[in-house]
Every structure is written in structure tokens, then in C-alpha cells.
Design a protein around this ligand. Sequence first.
Ligand SMILES: Cc1cc2nc3c(=O)[nH]c(=O)nc-3n(C[C@H](O)[C@H](O)[C@H](O)COP(=O)(O)OP(=O)(O)OC[C@H]3O[C@@H](n4cnc5c(N)ncnc54)[C@H](O)[C@@H]3O)c2cc1C
Length: 480
Amino acid sequence: MDKRKVDVAIIGAGTAGLTAYTAARKHTENVVLIEGEAYGTTCARVGCMPSKLLIAAADSAHGAARADMFGVAVAGISINGQRVLERVRRERDTFVGSVLASMGTIPESHRLMGRARFLAPGKLAVGDAWEVTAQRIVIATGASPHVPAMFQGLGDRLLTTDNLFELETLPASIAVFGAGAVGLELGQALSRLGVHVRLFGLDGILGGIFDAEIRDYAERCFSEAFYLDIRSEVSDLSPADNAVAITFTHRDKGEISETFERILVATGRPPNLEALDLHHSGLTLDDDGIPVTDSATLQCGDSPVFLVGDANGQLAVLHEAAQEGRIAGDNAGRYPGVQPAVRQVPLSIVFSHPQIASVGLPVGRMSDEERKAYAVATVSFEDQGRSKVMGENRGLLKVYARRDNGVFVGAEMVGPAAEHIGHLLAWAAQSRMPVSAMLAMPFYHPVVEEGVRTALKDLHSNLARLPAPEDQCLECGPGV
Ligand SMILES: Cc1cc2nc3c(=O)[nH]c(=O)nc-3n(C[C@H](O)[C@H](O)[C@H](O)COP(=O)(O)OP(=O)(O)OC[C@H]3O[C@@H](n4cnc5c(N)ncnc54)[C@H](O)[C@@H]3O)c2cc1C
């Protein structure tokens, strides 16, 4: 093995690893970025971007199918699955291409290709070729789809997000397992693209929604569009000719058997830590085998090792991976002068229809006792003016503020334009805006955000323990 000594070694050239590299390099040129599989990042290759491309095609099909409600007849809608997937891959490849181009700006001497594993604290093997001694290490190895044992042996009928987008054409039918963000987005998109979809969830999980009332509302909305059971009971799953036979308890029909051309398993993405031989790292692991990590510094205990992105199992979304990479790269670069960073307000979005957004403190997940410190207001989008104009008036939003000082702390919603409203509310929460200050901001008319203002007005009244004002505000325009 060739030997190499570096100040900082970063394991994984995904989003978190790349931002860690950029941050660490501001402190030292003796840095190495190690990648075990392929450059391009999970987000661009098999994650955010191809999934949103599939959803864009699905939206287009859905728009054509519902045009009739506006008096617009679209005759003979036909979905060409091959062309849908060709466009997904073509556009996806341009996103991957731009990541690869930026990899080209990293000097050769800073890159190593090969799987990294710990030989001892501060010592890594990279494939069979290199032994790297690193003063500081950033672990940014991402996460991979989890395939439970019941799905083994299904051969190429089994799909995960790693190979879904490589299909030549859309299947006629698919059983999607897992109703988290990924399963919900893809299940609904495939359904809108004419695929017969059954979505089997577990334990009542739906799109990461914390609040039971919002989750139940969302479940009703999605169930109107395609078969969804978030507490599914599947008694048998076995290969049958070129398909998979599934026996399950149907929500209305009792136990039935159906065959599906494909199965998509979206039952979670555990961190890629196993291959790292962490037992040689000297790190303290929690009960799940994940190094104990401080979320403000990303440091593992008091060691010179940092754990970031999907690999730490904390907040598995892209902007958090980028933020964590930056914090950890900076801290690894300046170690031992590690500094805590102020983390951004949590924000997550599910690109379903209606969309889901969760912002700030997860009050919806708190106990009744904990919730007492917060005032809450709820608004429905069913009568909201702009939402009705667009025929998208399904939705529920809850907003929360601290009772002691009236500061806005978070929200959860399913409904129209949630990706935009989620940002607006996350920025307000991060700015620690009092609800009264948010209400002093301009709201154009007619926009979906007027529904947010209605919720904030109620929240303001609830904080002051005043009677709620009239929902209709005639001077503001109709349907606000
Ligand atoms: C279908 C899907 C849709 C998604 N949609 C969204 C979305 O809309 N918005 C959003 O914010 N997030 C979304 N995500 C999540 C987002 O993609 C991830 O949070 C983000 O890509 C994580 O980045 P990362 O750097 O932690 O990991 P990655 O980008 O996965 O990088 C990890 C890298 O480490 C390498 N590696 C692993 N082990 C080793 C080793 N031992 N040695 C060397 N290298 C190693 C891997 O090959 C990989 O290149 C989605 C994910 C999926 C799967």
C-alpha cells in the first residue's frame, strides 16, 4: 500500500463531502477527498433531481387530465413511459454533468478513488492501494436504500431509488412500500403517469408529518387520488412469473391478492457506516452504531473526527448536508479550535400534491404538557381565494408561537404552494419574528399567502387570549 499523510481526509464526495472539502481547504492545502463509487452526488444522480423530474412529468399529465374542470378539453392524453424516463435521464445527466465539471476543478492530488475504512484511529485504508494517515477526518458517506429481508429474492422486479430511474419504460403496475417523503412523492407521481399504484405504509407514517390532524387530513387527500394505506398489513409477498404476488388487507375489501409488475422499496435510508469498520476508529457509538455527534460542531465526542450529511442520521435533506459539511470542514480545518455553529431553522418539504412542509420546532410532535408553552392557530385552505381560483383548495396549516413572548417558532402544513410558504415561515422563524411583526408585512392579493395571514391573525388573537377576529377581511379583498 502507498502511504500518505494529510491534515484533513474527507470520506465521501457527495454534497456534504464537497462543502466540507471547500471549507477545509481554506485552512490547509494538505487535504484529500476520498470517493468509493462515483462522483456526481446522490442528489443529482438518484435523489432530489431525477425524482423532481419525474414529478414534473406527472404534474403535466395531471394538468392535462384535470383541464376539463376549467372548461378546457384535452383529448386523447397518452403517456409515453419511455419518453418520460428518457427526459428524466437526459435532464438528470446535465445536473450530474455540472457536478462532474466542478469535480474537475479539484486538483488530482486532492482526490483519491476507493472505499475508505478505518485501520486505527486517524488511519484509513482506501481500497487496497492507499494507507492514509489523517490528523482530522470528516465522514460524509451518505445513506443508501434499506431493503428489508421480505423483499429479498425478487430479482429485477425489485426497485429502489438507485435503479428506478434507469427503467426503460414505466411499469403497468407497482407496489410502493414506505409512505415517507420518497415513497409518497414517487408513488403519487407514478400514479399520475398512469401506473396502477398501491402505496403500503407502516406505523401511520405519512410524508414525515408530525401533527395527527394534518396527517389525517393529508391521508384523506392522497387516498382520493390513489390507493394508500399508512398502516398496511401485508401477509404474503412472492415472485409470480414476471410479477410479484402480494396478499394484503385492502382498506375496503378485506384480504385480497394482487400481482404487480414491480415493487419499489422506499422504507428508509440508513447511514453508510458499516463498511467503515468503525470499531477500529476509537469513536463512541450509540445504540444504532452511529458515532455520537454534536449537532452544533458535528464533532464526534472530543475526537478529531466529524460526521455530516445523511451519514449522521440526523436531518437527511440536501441543504442540511451542505450546511453540515461547511461547519465540519471548517472545524476540521481549524482543529483543535472547534467552534459551535448556529444551525438553521429546520425546514423540510415533500413535493407531493398537495405539498407538505414542516418548519421550525416540531410542536406537533410534543406532549400535551410541552405544547402548553405554545399558542397555535389552524387554517383551512378549502375556502381560500387563490387556492379556489386554481382548483387547489385542499389544505391545512398550523402555526405556532411562544406564549411568553409571542415569537413565531414553527408550522406544519399540507396544502397548495407549501414549498414557498414553508420558506417564508422558516425565514420568519429563523429571524425570531414576533407574530405581530409578521402581520405588519405586505401580503399581495390574491395569493395563497393570504391564508397564512389568516392563520397568523388567529395566532395573534390566541396569544393575546382575545376572541379570534373575523376571518373575512373585506378591505383586503375576497377569499383571503
Ligand atoms: C429519491 C430521493 C429524493 C430526494 N429528494 C430530496 C429533495 O427533494 N430535497 C432534499 O433536500 N433532499 C432530498 N433527498 C435527500 C438528499 O439527496 C440527501 O440528503 C443528500 O444527497 C445527502 O448528501 P450526502 O453528502 O450526505 O450524501 P451523498 O450525496 O450520498 O454522498 C455520499 C458519498 O459517499 C460515498 N461513500 C460512501 N461510503 C464510502 C466509503 N466507505 N468510502 C468512500 N466513499 C464512500 C458515496 O459513494 C457517495 O458518493 C432525496 C433523496 C432521495 C434518495
